[in-house]
Ligand binder design. Structure first.
Ligand code: SAM
Length: 336
């Protein structure tokens, strides 16, 4: 195996693969209905990478040092027969970890099949426990109960579950403590994600960000927390434990304490474009390569070339100005 590094010496270790650009939610900060309405044109099926193409690409990335793959979207559970893909990926030697990020609304149906296919972990996104608030955030009429049932089912079948909550000022900052209390009780790790300036459509500015520090201060009023050392170099979440328990909370601080210097992640969008940063403006078309007569070694050389030239450190350099002026790819497309 070769280890490849970018211009700042960062190795390539993780891969996020978006398996579909569609989602059954219309979260106002991610896929607002005004943009992703009835007449929005999603990718036709033949433009999505097939499972065989994803598997081929995954093997190439694993050969180059990737050890973790996370499937995402859009909503990955809307991709038909997803367990078949998981089965293919779990068979790849040297791949140590496969995870899935989902809104959880379809998890009740598919948890057992995902587990049987070899999936170990799911991250479920849930931004509020309050029925009306959650419905108004996802703008799709789905209440939290359905997601909580999905989480329950995932736990029952033996999947490790973490919950991710995006916190946005004025949207759900008052749910920070109720969410912590609920998931502490359940023994499920909750991670707070700072609202980020991904894409062009979510009306982001700094004033809408609730930082880790602000969330931590809310939590400290109610709970005794102690810092937990990172499990490995480059761990994205900053972790804390409720004193005297094994339950944890974490923070994804992409705005207030960026972590570009340890970012080892590449992304493949559902149409096979590779991106070297969540905030990228341009991708590299691997679908075309996969559908040409290129050999695996030739495709591998492309990945090496792209990674060797990677200089992205968007979050380190973010300013109010750059957040507005850059034309970034939507999260639903690039994969969250
Ligand atoms: N549909 C799946 C889900 O809901 O988890 C996977 C895709 S979704 C884009 C992945 C995650 O990105 C979700 O947790 C979502 O809340 C988060 N997300 C979307 N837009 C965001 C933003 N502007 N800032 C921070 N997180 C965001």
């Amino acid at each position: 195996m070769s280890v490849i590094t970018d211009k700042f010496g960062r190795p390539l270790k993780d891969l996020r693969i978006s398996v579909i650009d569609r989602c059954n939610f219309r979260c106002r900060y991610c896929m607002p209905k005004e943009i992703f309405g009835r007449d929005f044109v999603f990718m036709p099926r033949e433009q999505l990478l097939s499972f065989e193409e994803i598997e081929r690409l995954a093997k190439i990335f694993v050969d180059l040092g990737v050890r973790k793959i996370r499937l995402t979207g859009g909503e990955p559970l809307m991709r038909r027969d997803l367990p078949l893909l998981i089965k293919k990926l779990t068979a790849i030697d040297q791949l140590e970890d496969i995870g899935l990020t989902t809104n959880g609304s379809l998890l009740g149906h598919s948890a057992a099949k995902l587990k049987d296919a070899g999936l170990q972990r799911v991250n479920v996104s849930l931004d509020a426990l309050d029925e009306e608030l959650f419905k108004s955030i996802n703008d799709s009429g789905v209440g939290p109960e359905r997601v909580l049932k999905g989480i329950q089912k995932a736990k029952e079948v033996g999947l490790e579950v973490k919950v991710n909550m995006v916190v946005k000022k004025g949207m759900n900052d008052h749910e920070v403590v109720p969410m912590a209390a609920y998931f502490k009780e359940q023994g499920i790790t909750l991670r707070y994600i700072e609202f980020m300036d991904v894409g062009q459509t979510n009306g982001w500015d700094f004033s809408k960000v609730i930082t880790k520090k602000q969330i931590y201060e809310q939590l400290k009023e109610q709970f005794d927390l102690e810092a937990v050392d990172p499990a490995y170099l480059g761990e994205v979440a900053k972790r804390y434990r409720y004193v005297g328990t094994n339950a944890e909370v974490g923070f994804i601080t992409s705005v207030s304490e960026s972590f570009c210097s340890t970012c080892t992640r590449a992304r493949i969008a559902a149409d096979g474009k590779m991106y070297t940063c969540l905030f990228a403006e341009n991708g590299f078309d691997f679908r075309e390569l996969l559908r040409s007569d290129k050999t695996d070694d030739e495709i591998k050389d492309e990945v090496i070339h792209i990674w060797n030239n990677r200089t992205d450190r968007y979050s380190d350099e973010r300013t109010e100005e750059s957040a507005k002026s850059r034309s970034k790819i939507e999260m639903s497309y690039i994969g969250g």
